[in-house]
Design a protein around this ligand. Structure first.
Ligand SMILES: Cc1ncc(COP(=O)(O)O)c(C=O)c1O
Length: 426
């Protein structure tokens, strides 16, 4: 793809926040790995829900009937986004972390003292602490897969040596929110299933940057956060229906004992689910415009899934241009050390999130300098504590993280790179 093939102006016009200013500067959002801006469609969907049918579900009156239907539609839409078999496999929650703590509590009774679970040094805390807490409470052994410090990819040989007949469960990152590495989750799942272990994938960082197909991966659970892919603050979990139905839950007597209701206790965020529909409608729109040539043609996918995949593929193709530009720009600055894949031949195995350090650099100071020019980036560990600990930079202030997404421009990348160079050149 070339930048000319992707109508970036049409894309940007969808996002009202992109037109805002920061003093005399345009705002440049490169904080996207932490959360993206939302298209007008999301604002409209949320407003509609709050104004037209702001009611709880399952009542026998107009607004409640509409609210109930909206919630059903939200589950269907997310089901199509991840290619679930059924909307009963989709559980909404406030965010990934809360859903993961809930699943750790539900899964814990399946495991016996001495059973082994696997996780990696590439995790965000949200896919780390819930499982380590479960392991400590149940007397489980935790094995942690390292990543290679030269390629920033998981050490699959080490993973292989950790899998044995006692391995019961694995919590694995789909894409790292600090390194940007995309892990071979299909291959990892296949190996873990050989010994009957359950596989829980954290797709929070991957979801904004790639096509998700839970049936192709064949994992057991996958979790994501819609505020990372152009929606409002919500978490979504996909799980195999038979597993979701069989796990113990902590629910009120009045809640039906069927999935997903048995996990969605209490009143859910109607407006959050409405906004989630809006975000997926936006991705569908992108699929039907920028992604027409990228639409999957084969049988077996629902029509909306094909549109969503086309939208995601269009984003990925454009983002690769931004990644290349950003990495080449940072590499040209003396002293900058990128913690992530820089080999062009391996770019398909990274999302555009780029983290770096430099000798003497205080990441927070650089972030404040960029902010003074209207450029928003994150510094520190971004909750990927296992990663900065493994890299040995936790006490040095972590990294500066520049995270483009498909609504950023090449000019914005160039601006960020020039400011990094200016700051380091002082
Ligand atoms: C890879 C990854 N996992 C999990 C999370 C936690 O997501 P949430 O804020 O929805 O709990 C994040 C948030 O940054 C993340 O990047």
């Amino acid at each position: 793809m070339t930048t000319a093939m992707f109508d970036i102006d049409a894309v940007r016009a969808q996002f009202p926040a992109l037109a805002l200013r920061h003093d005399e500067h345009p705002r440049t959002y490169l904080d996207n790995p932490a959360g993206t801006q939302v298209p007008q469609r999301v604002v409209d969907r949320m407003t509609e829900a709050l104004v037209e049918f702001n009611a709880n579900m399952h009542g026998n009156f107009n607004t409640s009937v509409q609210a109930t239907e909206l919630v059903r539609q939200a589950h269907l839409a997310v089901g199509d986004f991840v290619n679930a078999r059924s909307d009963r496999e989709i559980v909404f929650g406030p965010n990934m972390t809360t859903l993961t703590f809930m699943m750790a509590r539900a899964l814990a009774p399946r495991f016996q003292p001495g059973d082994e679970i696997i996780t990696t040094h590439m995790e965000h805390e949200g896919n780390n602490t819930p499982w380590r807490t479960m392991a400590a409470e149940r007397g489980l052994v935790v094995r942690t897969v390292p990543f290679h410090l030269d390629t920033y990819e998981l050490d699959l040989d080490a993973l292989g040596s950790m899998i044995n007949e006692r391995t019961r469960f694995a919590a694995i990152n789909y894409a790292s929110n600090l390194l940007g590495t995309i892990n071979p989750v299909q291959e990892i799942t296949r190996r873990l299933h050989e010994v009957g272990a359950l596989v829980y994938l954290d797709a929070v960082q991957y979801a904004p940057h790639g096509v998700i197909d839970v049936q192709a991966i064949d994992c057991d659970f996958l979790v994501a956060s819609t505020y990372k892919f152009y929606g409002p603050h919500q978490g979504v979990l996909w799980g195999r229906e038979e597993l979701l139905q069989s796990l113990p839950t902590y629910k009120l007597r009045v809640v039906p004992d069927v999935t997903p209701d048995r996990f969605e206790t209490g009143c859910q965020s109607l407006e959050g689910q409405a906004g989630t529909i809006g975000a997926l409608e936006y991705i569908q729109w992108l699929g039907r415009t920028a992604g027409v040539d990228l639409r999957p043609t084969g049988e077996g996918l629902r029509e909306r899934t094909k549109d969503l995949h086309a939208g995601m593929r269009a984003m990925v193709a454009y983002e690769e241009i931004l990644s290349e530009r950003l990495i080449a720009g940072l590499e040209s600055i003396p002293g900058v050390h990128i913690h992530g894949i820089t080999d062009r031949a391996a770019f398909a195995r990274r999302v555009p999130t780029v983290s770096f350090t430099a000798p003497g650099l205080v990441p927070a100071e650089m972030a404040r300098f960029l902010d003074s020019r209207g450029v928003y980036v994150w510094n520190g560990h971004s909750y990927a504590l296992p990663v900065v600990e493994f890299l040995g930079i936790a006490d040095a202030g972590g990294v500066v993280r520049i995270g483009p997404t498909h609504y950023n421009t090449v000019a914005e990348i160039d601006l960020a790179v020039s400011l990094v160079a200016e700051f380091l050149g002082r």
